[in-house]
Design a protein around this ligand. Structure first.
Ligand SMILES: Cc1ncc(C[n+]2csc(CCOP(=O)(O)OP(=O)(O)O)c2C)c(N)n1
Ligand SMILES: [Mg+2]
Length: 336
């Protein structure tokens, strides 16, 4: 039997929609819990939440295949969850515990997973952009058809190293999707104040890189654009730019005076453009799920997040003997 189609979106199955709903909700609830643990003093240091931007990474992970790579900035919890990293390991890293992805020694901005091809987690604005091109170079060198998703913000898009990277990536036809997560602010600076030309993706034209603007509050729009971007890269045509227009609901990090925008602006986005509510509404109006079905998913996600929070409190702090470990690589990985 062919899969059931969702009425409002003829090319998407109800199953896919439910998957997107579940994944976005996991990120949202995880981040809300992280915010609570931070408030309770259980998380120290920097912590940048991804609430509001969930559709970006969930839409793009929907087009990723096994072996594809991803690298991003410090606003990274959503990316880790979306590529399948364990919520317990991510939360325990936030609380600085032994069970965390970096054994409690990295924190929010410094987690990695070789297994899931997640290359961080980078605190220096735009530093991950040349690294992403390097990852794509490794795949080009090996002659496979893997793609690297390189995420960065609207603020990062004004960094010089981005344009040096664009030039080399196009010159060498590197299979890299540059994903500009334009959430309209870089800390307290709106993109209107930092940037004269309104279109960030069009800057790729100077280097011969195609791209497009995408509605980042629609997981389906992101996925559709992602398919075009990935097809371009896998066909050996070089890099592609997606400028994904999104919005962060919370402050830049946990300390943010929030004086650069009004409460009304944030509330309007939450009320009118929320990516999770949008999918929820498609599911319900298309009669692909009932309220009860969605409630069951909500409960399942809540349980996963609560279990992660419990684990992150129970896992012990790293032992003092770990202070001098994991500083230098002790073995050089040899991959075919
Ligand atoms: C090279 C560098 N300059 C400045 C900072 C301080 N800083 C941290 S985040 C940030 C804003 C970046 O904004 P954007 O790229 O839009 O990403 P977003 O936080 O919105 O996800 C700045 C200036 C830094 N970490 N690194
Ligand atoms: Mg930004």
């Amino acid at each position: 039997m062919p899969p059931k189609k969702a009425a409002a979106q003829p090319n998407v199955s109800a199953e896919e929609l439910l998957g997107h709903y579940r994944e976005m909700l996991l990120i949202r609830r995880f981040e809300e819990k992280a915010g609570q643990l931070y408030g309770m003093g259980l998380i120290g240091g920097f912590c940048h939440l991804y609430i509001g931007q969930e559709a970006v990474v969930v839409g793009l992970e929907a087009v990723a295949e096994e072996g594809d790579k991803r690298v991003t900035s410090y606003r990274d919890h959503g990316h880790m969850l979306a590529c399948g990293m364990d919520p317990k390991g991510v939360m325990a890293e936030l609380t600085g515990r032994e069970g965390g992805y970096s054994k409690g020694k990295g924190g929010s901005m410094h987690m990695f997973s070789k297994e899931k091809h997640f290359y961080g987690g980078h605190g220096i604005v735009a530093a991950q952009v040349p690294l992403g091109a390097g990852l794509a170079f490794s795949d080009k060198y090996r002659g496979n058809d893997r793609v690297t998703f390189t995420y960065f913000g609207d603020g990062a898009a004004n960094q010089g190293q981005v344009y040096e990277t664009y030039n080399m990536a196009e010159l060498w036809d590197l299979p890299v999707v540059f994903v500009i997560e334009n959430n309209q602010y870089a800390m307290g600076t709106s993109v209107q104040r930092s940037t004269k030309s309104p279109s960030l993706w069009e800057r790729g034209a100077a280097y011969g890189i195609p791209g497009e603007e995408v509605d980042g509050m629609s997981v389906l729009a992101v996925k559709e654009a992602g398919e075009r971007a990935v097809a371009h890269c896998r066909a050996g045509k070089g890099p592609y730019i997606l400028e994904v227009k999104t919005y962060r609901y919370r402050g830049h990090s946990m300390s943010d005076p929030a004086k650069y925008r009004t409460r009304e602006e944030v509330q309007k986005m939450r009320d009118e453009r929320d990516p999770i509510e949008a999918i929820r509404s498609i599911l319900l109006t298309g009669k692909h799920a009932t309220d009860e079905d969605l409630k069951a998913i909500d409960k399942e996600i809540k349980d996963i997040v609560n279990a992660a929070a419990e684990f992150s409190k129970e896992s012990p702090e790293p032992h003092l003997d770990e202070l001098w470990t994991d500083i230098y690589a002790t073995e050089i990985p040899q991959e075919a």
